[in-house]
Design a protein around this ligand. Structure first.
Ligand SMILES: [Zn+2]
Length: 395
């Protein structure tokens, strides 16, 4: 069984909206307070405050007159946000993420409800402290007999409400295939496959970006604190949401296709943070679509019985000749095609890189994680098997 998230939009009634906004506000307050306390304890006394301590603080806060309003909303999201803060700290200490940030009202927010905080009856969702079902727009049906174990309600900066239901489902592995593919992050296109195929951004992407730029410029001209600035910010958030939606939709279609078609997929494990600093690459992969792409490939491979191999990010995929293994000194980003000085093979930069990634990935999957691709000295190839993990994933 695998946990799969099903997301839907919903349109709350005025009472529900008021309750949910208060819930999000309380969640934000609890999160920010706990974060402030943990930060101060660390910087002033080098003391670590953990989840358990923050949880008992929450109990105390609820008893004070000043924070009595915390009792008016479901207690589960408040508890959950402290768990999320704990996860954020764990990720920070393990070097996977930056130090947690304070939550801001203008960024919307989310609230997580576990089983005790909602009811699922006759295919409808009833949140704690609310008598009416959530008016969810069921754009696709939940699997037969499925009961959500957790749900989270989200308010986007654009003002859009959505709910995501976590359901345990049985997913059948796809029939085996002999196809395998290496994927490179293209300079001119979004992705390049080792088959020679180049995949671009969805249509109308550039137009949407200019729309975003215009909206952002208009926002910057508005006076701080004015109503017009508020409206302009909402406009920016809406255009941004359009772009995110289009990109996400595109990535899902793409990853599903790649996983269906191939038994083995090799990708570079890139540090997106560093990549986005490069402005030429920034448009193609901005907002960490590469990270999202790898994340989707990871869990989809896991679902459908495929393997994903991640190659060390320092593997010189672009500088290495896929034919003879010669490694050139430099490969500036503006070079699209080149000839190998050793064997004379003419290469398309991105296709050659994708082929190298596939070759390195296959070598790693056959020989184990310590193998070094031939003729490269500075290379550490690392493989990670994504199988056998239960994970929370968006479909
Ligand atoms: Zn060569």
């Amino acid at each position: 069984m695998t946990l799969k998230a099903f997301s839907y939009r919903f349109y709350p009634t005025p009472e529900q909206e008021s309750l949910l906004r208060r819930t999000l506000g309380c969640t934000r307050l609890v999160y920010n307070r706990a974060l402030a306390i943990r930060t101060e304890a660390w910087y002033k006394e080098q003391k670590r405050v953990g989840y358990a301590e923050t949880s008992s603080m929450l109990t105390e806060w609820k008893k004070t007159e000043e924070l009595d309003f915390l009792n008016k909303v479901s207690c589960v999201p408040l508890q959950q946000c402290l768990r999320h803060l704990q996860t954020a700290y764990t990720n920070f200490f393990d070097g996977r993420a930056k130090y947690p940030n304070f939550k801001k009202k203008r960024n919307g927010g989310s609230a997580e409800f576990t089983k005790s905080a909602f009811k699922f009856k006759d295919g409808q969702v009833y949140l704690a402290k609310s008598t009416q079902a959530l008016p969810i727009r069921w754009s696709r049906t939940l699997p037969d007999g499925a009961t959500p174990s957790t749900l989270s309600v989200k308010l986007a900066p654009s003002g859009r409400w959505s709910v995501s239901l976590l359901v345990d489902v049985e997913i059948e592995a796809l029939p085996r295939t002999d196809n395998q593919v290496g994927i490179d992050l293209g300079v001119t296109s979004l992705l390049t496959l080792s088959t020679g195929e180049k995949i671009g951004n969805p249509k109308g992407f550039k137009a949407k970006y200019s729309k975003l730029r215009r909206a952002q410029k208009s926002l910057s001209r508005k006076q701080k604190g004015s109503n017009n600035r508020y409206k302009a910010r909402l406009k920016v958030a809406k255009v941004y949401q359009e772009i995110t939606d289009a990109r996400k939709d595109n990535l899902h279609k793409l990853t599903t296709r790649l996983v269906r078609e191939n038994q083995t997929i090799a990708v570079e494990d890139l540090a997106v943070k560093n990549m986005v600093k490069n402005r030429k690459l920034a448009l193609a992969i901005s907002d960490a679509s590469w990270g999202e792409l790898v994340r989707q490939l990871d869990y989809k491979c896991d679902w459908y019985g495929r393997s994903l191999i991640k190659i060390d990010r320092w593997f010189p995929s672009s500088k290495r000749c896929g034919n003879c293994g010669h490694i050139v000194e430099k490969m500036p980003l503006n070079i699209r095609e080149w000839d190998c000085p050793q064997c004379g093979t003419h290469h398309d930069r991105d296709i050659n890189a994708a082929k190298n990634i596939l070759a390195a990935g296959l070598a790693v999957s056959v020989c184990g994680a310590t193998v070094r691709p031939e003729q490269s000295k500075s290379v550490k190839a690392g493989a990670k098997s994504p199988r056998g993990r239960k994970q929370k994933a968006k479909s």
